[in-house]
Design a protein around this ligand. Structure first.
Ligand code: HEM
Length: 410
C-alpha cells in the first residue's frame, strides 16, 4: 500500500513538474526536482518498499519456513516508510534522519530474513511440476542474498553522503552515483532476477533454459560492484574505457536475463495477460542498458540521455516487473471476475507502454532541439501514466480488500 502511494506521488509530482515547466514556473519546477523527488522517491519509496513487501510474502513460501514475526515485518516497513517520508521534506536534518531510518529499515529487513529462514519448517514446500524449477530456486538464493548485502552497502553510502548541502563524508557524496548503482543494479536488479527465477517459470508453467540462467547468475553477482567501482573513471580520458568494459559486461548479463524470460513467455502454453509486463520489461531493460553501455563507450555523445535511461530502467524495467508480478498474484478487481480482471490488466499494459513511450520521446524531442514538443509530450506521457496508476492502485486495493474481508474470523 505504501509503495503504491509512493508510485502515485512519483507520477503526480512528475506531471506537476512537467506542467510547471510548460508554464515557465521555475520555483515549482525546482522544488519538485533533485535527488529526493526524482530518484529516492521512485527507487526507495516505490520500488524498494514493493520489493520488501513481496519478499515478506515470498521468502517464507519459497524457503519452506514459517514467517518469523508479523509484527517485526510491519515494524520494518513502518521504519522504511517513515525514512522515505522524511526524505521528501526537503530539510537537511530530516534528510539525514530519513536516510538513517532507511538504513535501520534495511538492517531490520536482513534480521527478519535471517530469523525467517531459521524458523520452523513448513509441512509442504511448493516445488512446482518440473525438477528444473527447483534448480532455478537454487540459482535464485545467491542472487537474493547478495541483493540484501548490496542494499545495505548502498544505504550506508546514502547516509554518509547526506545531507546533500553538507555531507557527513564528502568523498562518498562525490561518488553518490556509484552507491546509487549498488542499489539499482545490486539490490533492484538482483532481487528481480532472483525472485523472477522462482516465479516466472511457475507463472508461465514452462521449463527455463538452465544454462543461460547459470550464466546470468555468474555475471549478475559481481557486475554491480564492478560497475560501481569503475563509475568514478567516467570523465577521465585514460581510464574511461575500464568503466565501458564493465558497463558492457553488466549489459550482457541483463540481456541474457531478458532473453531467458522472453523465451519462457514465447514457449508458454499458459500465457496470462500479466506475463506481458514481465516479457516487455526485458525489452525496456535492454534499451536502458544499451544507453548505459553508450555512457561507457561514447560518454560525450550519450550522457544527455541519462534522465531517459533513468525512466526506462526505473519504470520500464523495475516498474514493469512489479506490475507483472502484482497483476499476476493480485489480479485487479479479482472479485468482479476473470473477464474484468484480465481486461483491466490489458488496459494497464497498454497505458504503461504508451505513457512511458511518450516520456522517452519527450527527452528525444528536447535533445534533438524541439523543446516545446518535448514539454508537451512529457505532460501527455505523465497524464497517461497517472491514469494507469489510478486504475492499477484501485484494482490492487480492491483485490487486497477482497482477500482481507474473505479471511475467516478466528
Ligand atoms: C549496465 C548497467 C548500468 C550502467 C553502466 C549505468 C550507468 C549510469 C550512468 C553512467 C549514469 C549517469 C551518472 C552520472 O550522471 O554521473 C546513470 C544514471 C542513472 N541510472 Fe544507471 N546504469 C546502469 C543500469 C541502471 C539500472 C538497472 C537502473 C535502474 C533500475 C539505473 C538507474 C539510473 C538512474 C535513475 C540514473 C539517474 C537518472 C537521472 O539523473 O535522471 N541504471 N547510470
Amino acid at each position: 500500500m505504501a509503495s503504491l502511494a509512493f508510485l502515485a506521488l512519483w507520477i503526480a509530482s512528475s506531471l506537476v513538474r512537467a506542467l510547471a515547466l510548460l508554464a515557465g514556473d521555475a520555483g515549482l519546477t525546482a522544488s519538485l526536482s533533485g535527488t529526493d523527488w526524482e530518484l529516492y522517491l521512485p527507487s526507495l519509496g516505490f520500488i524498494g518498499l514493493m520489493i520488501m513487501g513481496m519478499a515478506q510474502q515470498f521468502i517464507p513460501l519459497y524457503s519452506g519456513r514459517e514467517m518469523w514475526s508479523g509484527r517485526g515485518a510491519l515494524l520494518q516497513i513502518a521504519v522504511s516508510v517513515a525514512g522515505v517520508v522524511l526524505l521528501l521534506m526537503d530539510q537537511p536534518l530530516l534528510e539525514l534522519v530519513g536516510l538513517a531510518l532507511w538504513l535501520l529499515g534495511t538492517l531490520l529487513f536482513l534480521l527478519w530474513i535471517l530469523m525467517t529462514i531459521r524458523s520452523k519448517k513448513l509441512p509442504v514446500r511448493p516445488q512446482g511440476k518440473h525438477p528444473e524449477f527447483r534448480s532455478m530456486d537454487v540459482l535464485g538464493i545467491p542472487m537474493t542474498s547478495a541483493a540484501v548485502l548490496y542494499l545495505i552497502a548502498a544505504s550506508v553510502g546514502f547516509l554518509l553522503a547526506s545531507p546533500s548541502d553538507a555531507p557527513l563524508v564528502p568523498l562518498v557524496a562525490d561518488q553518490w552515483f556509484s552507491f546509487f548503482h549498488l542499489y539499482t543494479l545490486g539490490f533492484i536488479v538482483l532481487m528481480v532476477f532472483g525472485v523472477g527465477f522462482h516465479l516466472f517459470p511457475r507463472f508461465t508453467d514452462t521449463v527455463p533454459n538452465l544454462r543461460a540462467a547459470k550464466a546470468v547468475t555468474a555475471m549478475a553477482l559481481p557486475g554491480p560492484a564492478l560497475v560501481a567501482l569503475t563509475m568514478p573513471f567516467l570523465g577521465s580520458p585514460s581510464l574511461e574505457f575500464v568503466f565501458g568494459i564493465f558497463a558492457v559486461f553488466e549489459a550482457v548479463a541483463v540481456v541474457l536475463f531478458a532473453v531467458v524470460v522472453l523465451d519462457l513467455w514465447n514457449r508458454s502454453a499458459h500465457r496470462r495477460p500479466a506475463s506481458a509486463f514481465n516479457a516487455v520489461a526485458g525489452l525496456w531493460l535492454i534499451l536502458g542498458v544499451a544507453f548505459a553501455s553508450l555512457f561507457g563507450i561514447a560518454p560525450q555523445l550519450s550522457l544527455e540521455w541519462v534522465p531517459a535511461h533513468g525512466w526506462i530502467n526505473l519504470l520500464g524495467f523495475a516498474g514493469f516487473e512489479i506490475l507483472g508480478v502484482t497483476h499476476e498474484v493480485l489480479p485487479p478487481f479479482t472479485s468482479m471476475g476473470l473477464k474484468v480482471s484480465r481486461g483491466v490488466t490489458r488496459v494497464d499494459f497498454a497505458l504503461a507502454n504508451i505513457g512511458l513511450g511518450a516520456v522517452v520521446l519527450s527527452y528525444a524531442a528536447t535533445i534533438f532541439g524541439v523543446p516545446f514538443a518535448g514539454d508537451v509530450l512529457a505532460v501527455a506521457g505523465f497524464s497517461v501514466l497517472l491514469v494507469l496508476v489510478t486504475l492499477y492502485a484501485a484494482g490492487t486495493v480492491y483485490a487486497l480488500f477482497g482477500i482481507v474481508h474473505r479471511r475467516p474470523r478466528t
